[in-house]
Design a protein around this ligand. Sequence first.
Ligand code: ZN
Length: 338
Amino acid sequence: MNERVWVNFKELRAKLKFEDVLQHYNVEVNRKGDQHQGPCPLPNHSGSRKSPSFSANLERGIFHCFGCGAKGNVLEFAALMAGVNPDDGDALRSVAVELQKRFVPQGTGTRKKAVSQPATPASKPPPVIMNAPLDFELKDLDAGHPYLLGRGLTHEIARHFGVGFCSRGVLKGRLAVPLHDAAGKLVGYAGRVVDDSTVTGENPRYRFPSRRERNGTIYEFRKTLFLYNGFRIKAPCDELIVVQGFPSVWWLTQHSFPWTVGLMGSDCSQEQAELIVNTVKPSGRLWLLPNGDKAGELLAQSFLPQVSAARFVRWLQLEEGQKPTDLAKEELKSCFTR
Ligand SMILES: [Zn+2]
């Protein structure tokens, strides 16, 4: 009864239909030719699930998400959906056995031998550490890069946030933005392209740290667990401005509104909503100042229901196409007067 099923991974991959596997995990298949495209279904996906960042080549059996950066073959996809590490051989094998049982009819060749032996207990998933503090710091970032100065940001503000152009390593050619958790520990860097015309599916506007494994431990990064600039704000405060991206935080700080935090996307997570509510006094007030676009609207839809019962909040709606960084100091001042 407890037989160890033989799995030929290569053959299994060839026989599995990606379409079946997607449906198995309740993903609605949206086929365009060979491709499926849709919101990312992976449980570890960070960021918006509203944009179609995920694509799978159904014929070649491979997938890629330009939102969270996950990619691989159909078996690795199944492992990620099952919440196990695809690099863990035993865990991957148990996922493969399940898929084989379900989707590859017996007698078609993958079940080559069945040796009677005690069942191996389902392997324990490796420990996962979220937002571990970094043990290094990027040096020699250029705080005077034209991207920053061209947007009216001063050297001082770039230095205050530790932002600068990176000419080495994985963030080479990008603006590196240090990210700190609520306790103020450096937990990673975001990398922003400095030329928006180079943005493609392979070269996203922002890069965040990717999942990595070291000594049997998985290190994950989740920007949804903290607020950008949140650690610099001393709670409880009377007023807090909430924006979408890094440049808005820099801009508002430069214009004497240092009590500004960024949500780093068009979603506000439950953790972020709690952090925000806890930063502001019960008698205080919140200003939501997202970009004047679809993403800004999505952010408001996600943010407002989560905080409006707990704190007084006002959504400052910008005109279509406008961003907080387009507002001069006087305009900003008039935004935040009662
Ligand atoms: Zn994803």
